[in-house]
Design a protein around this ligand. Structure first.
Ligand SMILES: *Cc1c(COP(=O)(O)O)cnc(C)c1O
Length: 383
């Protein structure tokens, strides 16, 4: 995208003028600014961003201009990308499993903070990371509430975490703790349980935590609202209760909830079947890769080729993607206006997280344009 590419007022204006046949992602920086403010005013600590949710340069740049100082990065490529865009950024490398060459790259780039979830991983870090860096012990608990869990792949149980926290201190690092409740988690109690267990682990280890990183996992609005404020309140209450003294500094690293509302996608209807099936020009191998895992996305609008909103009675539709693979079908059915026709656009609002990040080129599809808009035509329902 050129520096001088046009900025449109809304996605509707662009659709009317361009009538695109490939998928389009509309980026509304003002929506990102609003979400960043919502986190900054509600979360009782430092707010960072998990780059993997969407590494678009405009996103990183907008967050940095909005005052974000630290970013959660998961790989050497993400480290270099953020460094290039925000040379002074503080980098937290919180993918807890790394090859030695990845650790060397991070040390070279001046990464300030690492997560660690086992003695074997800590031994690799000790080889290369100077004393004085922050090491966050990653805790895993069998906690419900998220769309899917990360606990099976990463993290140490409470007993192992006690041992690991002591080892972090013995190795000369700044001791902190972290966890991830699992993505799209709407249940504040998940954070409460983790925070209380972190406090128990620290007490048992006899270690005062410098910081407590409550991770990502905050929900975005996928059609039923996204209640961030009750989660912020639960975090605040749990920290006061679990750490009556020596309260660690708090930070969070949302990916999904920070970026979801900043993007809207427009997909063209390639064909319609009398049985109520629509074939779109994008699907599970494109921008909608996570839908089979996370469930249907229900913030949808239908716009005609001429750019008018379809209204009136709805009916359930099955949505298929464009590839020759029969798996390329979106989960469940979605309700859309019964007047929806071939040539229309199905608009997905709040689709900024894990969409462009996981898009593939399978079957020759998957090319999409990113268009900047001054504001999104459809406001998030908020919390
Ligand atoms: C993926 C990830 C995040 C962001 O998770 P969301 O559910 O998108 O908020 C934060 N921290 C770590 C360590 C992650 O791996």
């Amino acid at each position: 995208m050129s520096k001088f590419s046009q900025i449109w007022a809304t996605e509707m204006d662009h659709l009317r003028a361009a009538r695109p046949v490939d998928p389009v992602l509309y980026f509304a920086p003002e929506a990102l600014v609003r979400t960043q403010r919502r986190f900054r005013s509600g979360f009782p600590g430092a707010v960072t961003y998990a780059v993997k949710a969407n590494d678009n340069a405009g996103v990183i740049d907008t967050l940095a201009k909005g005052g974000m100082q630290a970013f959660d990065v998961a790989s050497p490529v993400e480290i270099d990308a953020v460094r290039a865009l925000v040379p002074g950024a503080v980098l937290h490398y919180n993918n807890p499993v790394r090859g030695g060459w990845e650790i060397a790259h991070a040390v070279q780039a001046g990464v300030a903070s690492y997560s660690v979830d086992g003695l074997g991983e800590l031994a690799k870090l000790v080889e290369a990371v100077p004393k004085g860096a922050e090491m966050s012990v990653r805790l895993a608990l069998p906690v419900e509430g998220a769309a899917y869990h990360f606990g099976e792949k990463f993290g140490e149980g409470p007993e192992g975490a006690v041992e690991l926290l002591r080892a972090v201190v013995a190795a000369g690092y700044v001791p902190s703790m972290t966890f991830h409740v699992g993505t799209q988690c709407a249940d504040p109690a998940a954070w409460t349980r983790y925070i209380e267990t972190c406090a128990e682990v620290a007490r048992e280890a006899g270690v005062r935590l410098a910081r407590l990183n409550v991770g990502g996992g905050f929900p975005s609005d996928r059609g039923r609202g996204a209640a961030l404020e009750p989660i912020f309140a639960a975090i605040r209450a749990a920290v006061s209760h679990a750490f009556p003294e020596d309260r660690p500094e708090l930070l969070c690293e949302p990916g999904r909830a920070m970026v979801a509302d900043a993007f809207t996608a427009a997909f063209k209807v390639k064909a319609e079947r009398a049985c109520g099936a629509l074939f779109l020009n994008d699907g599970i191998y494109g921008l909608l890769a996570e839908l089979p895992i996370i469930g249907p996305h229900q913030r949808l609008r239908v716009v005609t080729e001429g750019g008018t909103l379809r209204e009136g009675p709805t009916r359930p539709y099955v949505l298929y993607g464009p590839t020759c693979d029969s798996l390329d079908k979106l989960p469940d059915t979605v309700d859309l206006p019964e007047t929806t026709r071939e040539g229309d656009y199905v608009i997905f609002d709040g689709i900024g997280a894990y969409s462009t990040a996981t898009n593939t080129r399978f079957n020759g599809y998957g090319s999409h344009e990113v268009v900047t808009v001054r504001r999104s035509g459809h406001r998030a329902s908020g919390g």
